[in-house]
Design a protein around this ligand. Structure first.
Ligand SMILES: CSC[C@H]1O[C@@H](n2cnc3c(O)ncnc32)[C@H](O)[C@@H]1O
Ligand SMILES: [Zn+2]
Length: 444
């Protein structure tokens, strides 16, 4: 009899969707995990003979896939969920969101709001998120404490905020944070210049130079609305994307959030520079900002990833819902049912997000050697029957509540629908206190 090999965990299920290249679905396969990495994916029968596991989990009629990657959001804005509805972007920001942030955002707000977001994200299948918010040190610490992967983008704006006094202060604090988390397996840092309209040329140029020096990504809201493009032409004589390119800010390290307005020149710039686009369909629809032409971008070879944006403009962080919205909006806006295919949408929510953040050597697909960031989705419920093909099923039928298990770097975060590391009772009480205070202030 041949010797069996020792592994930490062996997880088996009816389907495994590794999200490598062609979107193949493996039937009755197992994933072997040792320490924080995937070591093998093979038929369950083979795995039973080949491995001696400390822990085995047979998930039956479930599907294992890479944890979802929410490529753009503002986690702590969960505390502002539902504040200012049925408004366009600038009215929503100027009349409701920015006044509330000015009054309430501090470390405690960011800690509680980020915990609320992490609970929702882990509960609905996200194992890695990008965040652009004030007090990114608190975001990084909270993510690390709760065992979820994060790209924390530190804000850069022309003006002072509750987090700092201006661009130089933001750079200094952001880079110090990068130094502190350099060896973390879960946390990476990015520059987060908020938008072209909240940054003058100097901080944008400096962002480009510093990001190059320290080799970090840059995330920026860009071409969110037609008004933003018109204002830029009026104030700078250039469309925002061209202005950023001339300031040296468009490159493979750049993550452009929204891009609902894309003309031929913008498309060429995205192609030539290798910048990524982060699509947030639900926030774009809710604020009636426009629709990002995702099929045109993908056809041109631009990497498109998916994000929810903040819970105040969405109003949830469920990436399964976001995938469905991306597919439906992608088809409707191009009047082509063959556009925004399910497998492409799944790529946007997994491997493409990892590529945009420069962490695709670690996560985004299930492959030996990669980190064990895995989710299990229950496709056995009567409401999900019948299942002809799991790939379109995941995009057009599934919602985040069907996620039963998740692991980040091999560690369990959600088991049978139960979050493993969170005091939800205490969190609920703190959130209620924030709601009362914020609501009262918003009325005045
Ligand atoms: C500088 S921290 C992030 C900043 O962005 C604001 N914000 C949230 N959603 C959007 C959006 O869709 N477009 C532009 N800005 C947005 C958030 O409230 C923070 O102030
Ligand atoms: Zn945003």
């Amino acid at each position: 009899m041949s010797e069996t090999a020792a592994v930490d965990k062996l997880i088996s299920a009816r389907w495994v969707l590794p999200m490598t290249n062609d979107g193949t679905v493996l039937d009755n396969h197992s994933i072997a995990i040792t320490s924080n990495r995937i070591t093998d994916i093979c038929p369950t029968e083979t795995a039973r003979q080949k491995y001696q596991a400390q822990e085995t989990l047979d998930l039956g009629n479930q599907l294992l896939m890479p944890g979802l990657i929410n490529a753009h959001g503002h986690a702590a804005m969960t505390l502002l969920r539902g504040l200012g509805n049925d408004l366009p972007l600038m009215e929503w920001l100027e009349d409701h969101i920015w006044p509330a942030e000015g009054r309430f955002v501090d470390e405690e707000f960011v800690s509680d709001g980020t915990q609320l977001a992490i609970a929702e994200m882990l509960r609905t299948g996200t194992t890695c998120f990008s965040d652009m918010y004030f007090f990114p040190e608190t975001v990084a610490e909270t993510a690390q404490n709760h065992g979820i992967r994060v790209q924390a983008c530190f804000p850069v704006l022309d003006f002072p905020t509750n987090w700092g006094s201006g661009p130089e202060d933001y750079f200094q604090k952001g880079l110090a944070l990068h130094d502190r988390v350099r060896n973390s397996n879960l946390v990476t840092i990015a520059f987060g210049p908020h938008a072209p309209y909240t940054n003058s040329d100097e901080p944008l140029k400096r962002t480009a130079t510093l990001a190059e020096q320290v080799d970090l990504p840059i995330q920026i809201h860009l071409h969110e609305t037609a008004g933003e493009v018109q204002d830029s032409i009026q104030n700078h004589g250039l469309r925002p994307t061209r202005r950023l390119a001339e300031l040296g800010l468009m490159s493979p390290r750049t993550q452009c959030v929204h891009m609902t307005q894309v003309d031929e020149h913008d498309l060429n710039l995205l192609k030539e520079t290798g910048a990524h686009v982060l699509h947030c369909p639900e926030a774009n629809m809710k604020l009636a900002s426009g629709a990002c032409p995702i099929q045109m971008l993908m056809d041109a070879g631009v990497n498109v990833a998916l994000g929810t944006d903040g819970a105040a403009s969405n109003n949830n962080l469920d990436m399964f819902g976001e995938m469905q919205s991306a597919a439906l909006l992608g088809k409707l806006s191009s009047m082509d049912a063959g556009a925004a295919k399910a497998i492409d949408i799944l790529r946007m929510a997994t491997i493409n997000g990892a590529c945009a953040m420069g962490i695709d050597d670690r996560v985004g697909s299930l492959e030996p050697g990669k980190q064990a960031d895995i989710i299990a989705v229950d496709l056995g419920d009567i409401l999900a029957q019948p299942v002809y093909d799991p790939v379109p099923h995941l995009v057009y039928n599934t919602n985040g509540r069907q996620v039963t298990h998740s692991w980040v770097a091999g560690e369990p975060r959600l088991i049978q629908g139960e979050l493993q590391r969170m005091d939800l009772h205490g969190l609920r009480e703190r959130v209620q206190r924030w709601q009362i205070a914020i609501n009262e202030a918003d009325q005045h």
